[in-house]
Design a protein around this ligand. Structure first.
Ligand code: SF4
Length: 302
């Protein structure tokens, strides 16, 4: 699998098979303090873009041996809307997705562009990040390329809401002492009430961040969530469910865990016993390690 990864158990979207549009190198126009990928030089394009046909072929092969997931998630080792063939890819995905929903996880930087809005409107779910609404805090937390403006992003999201009939989810990620100021939170909440997303996910850091920043406590998160009254707010927590088990080989396990370290509890839920034994063996051989963040133990590539 070169361009797809998973399954991963998303905290908010269920079981997901991901499409990575930038598998070799991080390609993002932001450099967020909390990014779970490495700190990166900012860019507004993806090098050596995969072709939509190659991606669809991989998905077809995967689905010939595995169940369809809850969602097929378009993501990137960075920002997926930088992919220039996104419109074609979404059309092809819509033709093969069956019971799965299509989802994109975007930082919202390109939503001021009407062409991107039209392309994203073909998806079932769109998750856009809004970590701040003031220019100063936006630049501090998301560290965007110079030409990106939070005012234009907000205006773009408002226009998108008018043409998008699917589920619009806005994620607000709170970083301790960076964007947890009460006035900023009240302003974000007010603008989101104007946008009217279907859901607002409020979370904090729960994976190793690119920079030396901290999460807020669960109690603080709950307190801040109170300011988002009038909206469907989901304070991010893990869900329990009875899942069908997946089976991966060593290579795909390593790739999946490199892209996204998984909590041990999720691993036990997601994978069959053969795959769990392979994980144990990879750990014994020093290729995987455990890392504890707060109360959660993650399995990461060493
Ligand atoms: S937008 Fe996403 S990929 Fe880009 S730096 Fe921020 S968290 Fe990382």
């Amino acid at each position: 699998m070169r361009y797809i990864f998973g399954p991963v158990k998303s905290r908010r979207f269920g079981v997901s098979v991901g499409i990575d549009l930038s598998p070799k190198i991080k390609s993002c126009n932001f450099d967020c303090l909390y990014c779970e990928l490495e700190k990166g030089k900012k860019t507004d394009y993806i090098q050596n873009e995969p072709s939509p046909k190659e991606i669809i072929q991989e998905l077809k092969e995967f689905f010939s041996k595995n169940p369809y997931p809850d969602v097929i998630t378009i993501t990137a080792n960075g920002e997926p809307t930088l992919y220039t063939k996104l419109d074609t890819l979404i059309d092809l995905l819509n033709s093969i997705k069956k019971s799965s929903k299509t989802l994109i996880l975007s930082n919202a930087s390109t939503i001021p562009n009407p062409k991107i809005r039209k392309t994203l409107s073909k998806l079932d779910m769109v998750k856009l990040s809004v970590d701040a609404v003031s220019d100063t805090i936006f630049k501090k937390v998301d560290r965007p390329l110079k030409n990106i403006s939070i005012t234009q992003i907000i205006s773009g999201i408002k226009s998108f809401r008018k043409i998008f009939n699917g589920e619009l989810i806005i994620e607000v990620l709170i970083v301790k002492n960076i964007n947890d100021d009460i006035e900023e939170i009240k302003n974000i909440a007010q603008i989101l009430r104007e946008i009217k997303p279907d859901r607002v996910d409020i979370g904090t850091i729960d994976r190793p961040p690119a920079y030396n920043v901290d999460a807020v406590s669960s109690q603080k998160l709950e307190e801040l969530a109170e300011y988002f009254y009038g909206l469907n707010v989901f304070v991010i927590k893990r869900k329990q469910s009875n899942l069908k088990k997946f089976s991966l080989d060593e290579k795909d396990l390593l790739k999946t865990l490199k892209l996204r370290p998984l909590p041990k509890e999720d691993i036990l839920e997601l994978f069959d016993i053969g795959t769990i034994n392979k994980l144990k063996d990879l750990k014994k051989r020093g290729l995987l390690k455990e890392k504890k963040i707060g109360n959660i133990v993650f399995m990461c590539v060493n």
